[in-house]
Design a binder for this molecule. Structure first.
Ligand code: PNS
Length: 193
């Protein structure tokens, strides 16, 4: 049987720490799905589409890694895609309490599903999406914290937000969603032909 895992999260934005964990996960699972939570209650910096695009580009080099989105319970999504495990990263002791709580709740909801914790490289132990957002929004450098593509996207967001406010950011997001849909159509046409 193939060992399949999901790596759920917000990824707003994806960081080098996420990428490090994806690489480690891809080595121990036959298939790994990076699953972005669609959470209507949160007000994210990047839309789900933008995060999906960034993660697809970051993980393009891994044959056994794919990117998907989900809403609702993580355990329900895991069952739907027939995964046996949930992959989560633990950076420091401070992560442990929350992660343990979540893992035990997920076990209560779905006893057959295992949570596997992995540690990212120590150099990423302080890194979080929230801090990346904060540093970028205040004009600090994030070059070594996120992949180049994400640096670029953060710059675009900040430029648009500075020039045009929130309305401009939404316009940019709509255009990027259109581009992504067009790319997916082209890819699907190529696959069929
Ligand atoms: O990257 P994050 O924000 O730490 O990821 C948290 C996430 C998405 C894994 C968690 O909030 C989650 O699983 N949400 C889905 C709803 C759910 O299943 N809740 C019960 C978890 S115990």
């Amino acid at each position: 049987m193939k060992r399949k895992a999901i790596y759920p999260g917000s990824f707003d934005p994806p960081t080098n720490g996420h990428l490090d964990l994806i690489e480690r996960g891809s080595k121990i699972f036959d298939e790994l799905i990076v699953a972005i939570l669609r959470n209507p209650e949160k007000d994210p910096l990047f839309s789900v589409n933008e995060r999906r695009q960034m993660l697809e580009s970051m993980t393009g080099g891994f044959d056994n890694v794919s990117v998907d989105t989900f809403h609702g319970l993580t355990v329900d999504y895991a069952l739907r895609v027939e995964a046996q495990a949930i992959l989560r990263g633990i950076r420091a002791i401070s992560d442990y309490e929350y992660e343990l709580q979540m893992a035990l709740m997920n076990r209560k909801l779905q006893p057959g599903l295992e949570t596997v914790f992995m540690m990212p490289a120590a150099k990423y132990s302080y890194l979080s999406s929230r801090l990346v957002r904060e540093v970028a929004q205040l004009g600090g450098p994030v070059d070594c914290l996120v992949p180049d593509l994400v640096v670029q996207k953060l710059r675009e967001k900040m430029d648009v937000a500075n020039k045009f406010g929130a309305a401009g950011a939404h316009e940019l997001e709509a255009r990027s969603a259109d581009r992504a849909a067009a790319e997916r159509k082209t890819k699907s046409r190529k696959r069929k032909s």
